[in-house]
Design a protein around this ligand. Sequence first.
Ligand code: ADP
Ligand code: MG
Length: 318
Amino acid sequence: MISKEPAMKRAAAPQRGEGWGERAPAPKPEPVHAPLSAVGREVNAAHRATSNDAVISVRDLVVDFGGAPVLDHVTLDVFRGEILGFVGGSGAGKSVLMRTIIGLLPKRQGVIEVFGTDLAGVSDRERRTVERRWGVLFQQGALFSSLTVRQNVQFPMREHLDLSPRLIDEIALAKLEMVGLDASVSDKFPAELSGGMVKRVALARALALDPEIVFLDEPTSGLDPIGAAEFDELIRTLQRTLGLSVFMITHDLDSLHAVCDRIAVLVSGRVIAAGTIETMLASEHPWLKSYFHGKRGRQIADKSEHQIANQVSHRIHR
Ligand SMILES: Nc1ncnc2c1ncn2[C@@H]1O[C@H](COP(=O)(O)OP(=O)(O)O)[C@@H](O)[C@H]1O
Ligand SMILES: [Mg+2]
């Protein structure tokens, strides 16, 4: 069982979705594949890039809806055991990329491999086998409003597994417990839940089939800063405990800082940068500068520069 992490202290911020909430510096959990130091993380990322341990590999992907391409030759990897934060302006195509990877939208060109399998050429049966190995939390939570919490979490199991109703019941309760929800919510309907609880139920449903990859589309948007910080912690804890690879779309600089091992940035239909938060902060690219060092990003930069200074001083004095 995974206990609910204590809430991190985060000062109230006016608009979390758009703006960014302050968060008291919290110890950063050690990423599964990465040592804490910025240098170590770069080395590790480079190693992984050459060791071809990508669970998702997108090459030269073009997606359009009849007009100009939304995704214009996108190339991106998600490595095993990492949390990749995916950012970009509103309407940039972040959700389109996620939906294309999981096969909900058609591509015009390019190759998408998941677990080393090119999904374009596979049979329906093979596709379902791969689909069972990922879980998805859609942007709006996307719970079925006419189903109870329990039925929502059970839904993927009923679709994919041939288990007795009793076992499915038990697994659903265990999944709810994993995301910090009590069995007493299991008979409630989505409309009876708070925003944070809806996200947790959606996460429990995404975890229903014990996936290896989890796709999260703006999981903390709409949550208040404390709820968002708790959810970040939950994602980090589950990722570490279950060894998940996570593709997380987010607007939330706090989340990027607190839980992401790497960040990829989508601008004008292309991934213009991918790397650690330190790489983003050091970049001279105008978009990255304005995003990570703008008014919203200033505090995160201060925080990170402070951490870098500490790490450097630590290394010098060792
Ligand atoms: N199914 C669709 N049909 C037509 N246009 C779409 C579809 N889905 C997304 N788009 C358009 O693609 C662009 C990117 O959308 P989206 O990926 O949702 O942005 P975001 O980066 O905010 O997640 C937007 O201009 C959106 O209107
Ligand atoms: Mg979106």
